[in-house]
Design a protein around this ligand. Structure first.
Ligand code: FAD
Length: 283
């Protein structure tokens, strides 16, 4: 279908974009890569009167390593993340995970900021960033605030962002001494996840330290598998009973059934994918 007609504006700075959001209120919507918003507009499930395109705000495209963390501008594309030498060296799990999003066209246009702001429970990045741990920087008419990623996803397609705020930066911890992996189950290579499991572990002296595990598409937001995390903490790698620990991922979740998967099958996938992600992380 063809979207309803809309006005298109292309600001060149975050400040200009913010004042456009303030001026147009509920009528306006941010446009990033457009790979979620434009399909919704074509289906007429979204009909903003004004599109504020961040594609012309060059200051939102960067990847920087600073003060023990990596800062990624919200308009950085999946492809830029996937091919970044910094990301591959410091947070290799992120580069591996973005390579599994959609196809090359989606990765060339879609942005990390857009993927998080959209808060789609079937999207890969919400669980991946939740497993990595970090925060997002948000700018609004009254200044800037930092939101821990654990507090960012509120409900299905709902984040802690206010309508007049712009997500400007994703801050991730450097993963020194850490290992991680994202496993995604889909019917075809380019499909969305039926279920996904993201694991990030630190290992020192042969023991697992911090462990973060997050699941895709088993709830209205990314779901942290805290029982798995607790069972991993402090365990010598050689004593790890992968099958028993992964089993915990399927407990305490109540996934919505969908066309290709019953709730029970999704619970099975949560267990299997968590085990695979743990295995690849340890390898
Ligand atoms: C064919 C196809 C296959 C796909 N496959 C997958 C897949 O396998 N896995 C997956 O995770 N995703 C997939 N996607 C979705 C893709 O990852 C989207 O690019 C992503 O979900 C949204 O990013 P975007 O930059 O395109 O955002 P947009 O579509 O431009 O925006 C999405 C929403 O976020 C808001 N927004 C965007 N940026 C900001 C910001 N900086 N501040 C505040 N609000 C903002 C917009 O107003 C809009 O409401 C697919 C999409 C398509 C078309």
């Amino acid at each position: 279908m063809i979207p309803v007609s809309f006005e298109y504006v292309a600001p060149t700075s975050v400040e200009e974009a913010l004042s456009l959001l303030t001026e147009h209120g509920d009528e306006a919507k941010i446009l990033a890569g457009g790979h979620s918003l434009l399909p919704l507009m074509k289906l007429r499930l979204a009909a903003p009167a004004v599109l504020v395109d961040l594609g012309t705000v060059d200051s939102l495209r960067y990847i920087r390593e600073e003060d023990g963390q990596v800062s990624i501008g919200a308009m950085t594309t999946y492809a830029a993340v996937e091919h970044s030498e910094t990301i591959r060296r410091v947070i290799p799990m992120l580069a591996q995970a973005v390579s599994l999003v959609g196809d090359m066209q989606v990765r060339n246009r879609g942005t990390l900021g857009g993927a998080l702001a959209h808060a789609d429970p079937a999207g890969d990045m919400p669980a991946v960033v939740s497993a990595l741990g970090g925060s997002v920087l948000v700018q609004g008419p009254h200044g800037q605030r930092e939101i821990d990623i654990s507090d960012f996803f509120v409900d299905i397609f709902t984040s802690a962002l206010e309508p007049d705020e712009i997500l400007t930066e994703i801050r991730l911890r450097r993963q020194e001494g850490a290992a991680g992996s994202y496993e995604k189950f889909r019917r075809r290579q380019i499909d969305w996840a039926i279920v996904g499991a993201a694991v990030s572990l630190s290992i020192a002296g042969g023991k697992i330290g911090d462990a973060r595990v997050a699941l895709t598409n088993v709830g209205p937001t990314p779901v942290r598998a805290t029982a798995v995390e607790n069972a991993l903490h402090g365990v010598p790698v050689d004593d790890l009973r992968l099958e028993d620990v992964s089993q915990l991922a399927s407990e305490n979740i109540d996934p919505q059934p969908e066309l290709n998967a019953s709730s029970e099958y999704k619970r099975h996938l949560a267990r299997v994918l968590t085990r695979r992600a743990l295995q690849s992380s340890l390898a």
